[in-house]
Design a protein around this ligand. Structure first.
Ligand code: MRU
Length: 378
């Protein structure tokens, strides 16, 4: 069955997967896409100055694109990896199942080494592996074809999940005024529409008069480069602030709510997200401002009991020491570049997912959401 929905903002017309079938989506922001010649990625390292695309023709190129942040954001990383796996299998010259399985393992291993924190990457690899195992008795061309389909299905499911969580979260947004977000949890971080920005888009579509404050998000500047770029395209009023202004704006009463994405949500509700999120959450608590996390259920990791067990990526020091090729820090100074931090569940007002909104105590509520997601669809 096919359903056509009309969407605000970055999605003009999108046909959504229903009852196991899927279809093409036409997006204004096409973050990533499966094409016959390879996996096409919007190069996010070039935004906002240049809107250009790279087509990865091998799984190694997709892995490199994830590692170098050509494509980034937890859900987008997951689907890019799934497409990379499908591409690697498609290109495999294996003539026997055992050889194809060996290639499959090698491809999955390479994808799993790209970035450690976003659990969507490992969720996607696991889902592709389950599909591969289910098809072992099929012909090699059938296996390859089915894995391409599975990656495409994950793509359309991600857009549908974002739209659904957007609707869930929109009701929690104030009727008007400032909403703060950190990093980019928008169309660019997903297959379309976005998680935190999906909530904002849905609220604006419902007639709420929101003004977005986007933390610039040092050092990679996802807020100023990416969030501002995609909200400008939508005509949603946006003000970029440097990260250290957030507290002052809260104190001035300009922020009515905060909504951010997540890279991994532990079983107890602790949330790993872009570095600086924890600071925002603590400030929100002090100012009694609701702090919402918006993420698909695939970001919930029941196997990780609490935030302290989440692996935190440490990226190259140069991202901190240099900006646009200009050196900012004296030679030889020690530098930390933690890409993510963990916000304890106690600071999280609610977790917005496509299947419902979870509140504290998060243990049971997250478990029931994850189990609902895992249950076979009718
Ligand atoms: O390092 P990045 O740019 O991949 O980090 C992205 C974030 O931290 C996002 O907030 C998170 O992945 C949620 S995206 C819907």
């Amino acid at each position: 069955m096919r359903t056509t929905v009309f969407l605000p903002g970055d999605l003009d017309v999108c046909s959504i997967a229903m009852a196991g079938s899927f279809c093409e989506a036409r997006l204004v922001i096409q973050t990533l896409e499966w094409t016959e010649s390879g996996v096409r990625l919007l190069d996010q390292t070039k935004l906002p100055v240049e809107e250009s695309y790279v087509t990865c023709k091998s799984y190694q190129e997709v892995a490199e694109g994830i590692r170098n942040m050509v494509v980034r954001g937890a859900p987008a990383i997951g689907v890019a990896a799934a497409m990379g796996i499908a591409l690697g299998l498609k290109n495999s010259s294996a003539a026997r199942l055992a050889d194809l399985a060996r290639d499959f393992d090698q491809i999955c291993e390479a994808m799993g080494k790209t970035r450690p924190t976003a659990v969507n990457l490992f969720w996607a690899i696991r889902r592709m592996r389950e599909k591969f195992d289910e098809l072992r008795s099929n012909s090699l061309p059938d296996i390859k074809h089915a894995l391409v389909e599975e990656a495409q299905r994950m793509y359309t499911e991600d857009i549908a999940a974002n739209q659904a969580l957007g609707r869930q979260g929109a009701t929690l947004m104030p009727a008007r005024g400032g909403v703060l977000t950190h990093c980019n949890a928008g169309a660019l971080a997903t297959c379309g529409y976005g998680t935190a920005l999906g909530v904002i888009r849905a609220a604006v579509a419902q007639g709420k008069a929101l003004h977005v404050y986007a933390d610039e998000t040092r050092p990679f500047l996802q807020g100023s480069r990416l969030t501002a770029w995609e909200l400008m395209k939508d005509g949603i009023p946006t003000t970029v602030i440097s990260d250290n202004m957030a507290g002052a704006l809260m104190h001035q009463g300009k922020i009515g709510a905060i909504v951010v994405g997540a890279d991994r949500i532990a079983a107890n509700g602790d949330v790993a997200n872009k570095i600086g999120t924890y600071t925002v959450a603590v400030l929100a608590h002090e100012h009694r401002i609701p702090f919402y996390v918006a993420a698909p259920v695939s970001t919930i990791d029941l196997e990780t009991p609490e935030g302290s067990s989440i692996p935190i990526e440490q990226r190259n020091a140069r991202e901190v020491t240099h900006l646009g090729g200009q050196q900012l820090v004296p030679d030889g100074v020690a530098v930390e570049n933690l890409a993510f931090d963990v916000t304890p569940a106690a600071y999280v007002t609610a977790i917005i997912t496509e299947l419902g909104v979870a509140h504290a105590p998060y243990g049971p509520s997250l478990r029931s959401l994850a189990e609902a997601r895992a249950a076979p669809q009718p």
